[in-house]
Design a protein around this ligand. Structure first.
Ligand code: HEC
Length: 151
């Protein structure tokens, strides 16, 4: 934390010095020169470069956090199914995974079905809360329960 504040202090000291040495009533040109001196003077200070670097690290961390949350955005059950299940259970039929026809018989309780989806099994990946939030999981269960299997 102390590292973080020192560079900023160095920046403000530098800009005050830059302004102090100038004429009290600067013309537009002088004023521009003063600004230029402040700018070049402060960016040459490693402390200021450091604080720029810290800002950038903060920005990267923030972007990473936002990206982590992008996996879940309150999608409908059908959207979740298409995104996370359809590759292996195409239209709930057999693909890499089995047909979901036996699902209702095997998982009559929603709670057990939810647990199965969260944990996964064998080749089937578990779905974390980051991937499918609790509301979305409810939506998905409603969607799965409403599936109809002709024949
Ligand atoms: C990477 C492929 C894959 C994905 C993605 C996948 N599954 Fe599966 N699923 C499988 C496989 C393989 C099995 C069989 C697991 C076993 O019994 O070993 C399975 C089993 C199941 C079963 C049990 C079926 C039964 O009769 O035993 C259900 C229900 C199920 N998946 C639902 C889902 C849902 C809902 C999703 C989306 C959130 C999903 N699966 C995503 C591969 C997948």
């Amino acid at each position: 934390m102390s590292n973080r504040f020192r560079p900023d202090a160095a920046c403000s000291v530098a800009s005050q010095k830059g302004g102090a040495g100038r004429s009290p009533r600067p013309t537009a040109g002088l004023f521009f020169l003063a600004l230029l001196a402040m700018f070049t003077g402060s960016s040459a200070l490693s402390g200021c470069v450091m604080s720029e670097e810290m800002k950038r690290i903060d920005q990267v961390k923030k972007a990473q956090r936002e990206r982590a949350m992008e996996g879940s955005t309150n999608l409908t059950g059908e959207q979740i199914f298409i995104r996370s299940c359809n590759t292996c259970h195409p239209s709930a039929k057999a693909g890499m995974g089995p047909s979901l026809e036996a699902m209702n018989a095997k998982f009559p309780e929603d709670q057990a079905l939810k647990q199965f989806i969260r944990k996964g099994k064998g080749m089937m990946p578990g779905q974390s809360v980051e991937r499918i939030n609790n509301d979305e999981l409810d939506n998905l269960i409603t969607y799965l329960r409403a599936l109809e299997f002709s024949k």
